[in-house]
Design a protein around this ligand. Sequence first.
Ligand code: SF4
Length: 267
Amino acid sequence: MTAKKDTSKKERHILALSGGKDSAALAVYMRDKHPELEMEYVFTDSGCELPETYEFLDRIRAVLNIDITVLKSERNFDYWLKYYNGVLPSPQNRWCTRHLKLEPFEAYIGDVVTFSYVAIRADENRKGYKDTKGTIIPRHPFVEDGIVLQDVIDILNNAGLGLPGYYGWRKRSGCYFCFYQTDSEWKGLRKYHPAEFEKACYYEENHSDGRVYTWRGKNKDGHLFLRDLRKGRNENELVIEESNDNKLKTILRGLNLPIENQIVSWE
Ligand code: SF4
């Protein structure tokens, strides 16, 4: 963890930016609604983030005129991968989140009572993170005030922030190799960040003990290697993605973004 924690305060107010739209909108919202709060903005960098995430954070810094403290684990992904004997993280074993995201955040907060502002929206059905020590008190301003997806988009547009650039091909921030990606998003990574796609392949193909781990797991026919991701008949033929996030798709379509800034797939 690189940043120094401030232990001089009795209680702190922290807003963790993820590099995504909701937490960015919450930063705008809190600045406008609660300017009296001495808010600390942090971003926990896994070391495997997308370039678009850093670009969006720079935009947030510039537009909101705020400092963002970057937290980082002292040990990187490769260290932890070795520690786990080459077992790639997965939805069942999210050691990546624990070591690269949560631990640096909790270490930064320390033992000071901290209000943590979380950008869960009123139209989402998801629970926030719970700390292990009980010193972090979560606050959900969007849930309390009934802020939904369209409001978030409006907040970002009105502030002049817009959306993160990866919305061209991916629905959320996070590591370039995140195992929660859909096939369409992996294809987006292959198209827009071929070097990172190659690195993700490398992690699948290099296990010294001969065992096999893949980011997408396996199906009845065996392991799903990224290298085998089917290319479309026409790789440049853009099709709106068959995603279950229909609301977001509708809103993005309504924004009339240029085609490369839409959620697309190359089936
Ligand atoms: S973005 Fe995905 S891969 Fe990265 S820490 Fe989170 S769950 Fe793990």
